[in-house]
Write a protein that binds this ligand. Structure first.
Ligand SMILES: [Zn+2]
Length: 241
């Protein structure tokens, strides 16, 4: 058995990379593996990227989803059903659907702001295309839609810098208050954890893709606050434009 398949995750250091050149390192019935990729695999409430692989021989394979495979750095590019798979070793250009990804990055970053505005443990969430939601463990049923909307838009207009940085596992263990989500534990055990730092606003472990300044999110609104059980408040957001 070979070592666990590993892909260089280009989106980790540069969320704005739209394409990269790569080589096919494997294929199976779940998808296509590359030695490096700009495609984000489904995880942490953010959907996997869609896009295309442009092969050296001129063929184009449409990618309809991206998912995690067998290890922490194993990424599977899921082709349209019935696609002819590329040969191992083939050179490709991997290109994401950037317009969609940018909308996901904007909403994902906005959900971090929501964590700073609403004080309570996050029990779940989902980034969608043009919308998003977080579930909070809160007894308070008096959450004010307009007040939360105003506060989010203020943080967006203040245009705070957004940066990923890394922290050692033991440093994180010493600061448990950094972990805002009860359902999704940060992936420790690799020695370090990636934190997302929104300057002066929010700091928490996150492996997703984000915009580099809050101003890039654009105007948003709270569309609905739902009571999903005694303690569970679901806050739904959407872009205004
Ligand atoms: Zn994030």
């Amino acid at each position: 058995m070979d070592a666990m398949p590993a892909t260089e995750l280009a989106f980790r250091n540069d969320a704005y990379a739209r394409n990269c050149t790569a080589r096919v390192i494997g294929t199976d019935d779940r998808g296509i593996r590359l030695d490096r990729t700009v495609f984000y695999p489904t995880g942490g409430g953010q959907p996997g990227d869609i896009g295309s692989l442009h092969l050296d021989d001129g063929r184009v394979i449409a990618i309809v989803d991206t998912v995690k495979g067998d290890g922490p750095d194993d990424v599977l590019h899921v082709p349209t059903e019935g696609s002819a798979l590329p040969a191992v070793g083939m050179a490709v250009t991997a290109e994401i659907d950037w317009a969609r990804r940018h909308r996901l990055m904007r909403m994902h970053t906005c959900l971090h702001l929501l964590c700073a505005v609403v004080i309570g443990d996050v029990t779940g969430g989902q980034v969608g295309d043009g919308k998003g939601r977080l579930d909070f463990n809160l007894p308070d049923t008096q959450l004010d839609k307009e007040a939360i909307t105003a506060e989010l838009n203020r943080l967006i207009q203040e245009d705070h810098a957004v940066r990923p940085r890394w922290i050692a596992d033991d440093e994180l263990a010493a600061q448990p208050e950094l972990v805002r989500t009860m359902s999704v534990k940060p992936p420790t055990g690799q020695g370090r954890v990636r934190l997302l730092d929104i300057d002066g606003v929010d700091l928490q472990p996150c492996g997703g893709t984000h915009v580099s300044r809050t101003g890039e999110i654009g105007p948003v609104e709270v569309t609905k606050i739902e009571n999903k059980g005694k303690q569970n408040r679901r806050i739904n957001l959407a872009f205004l434009s």
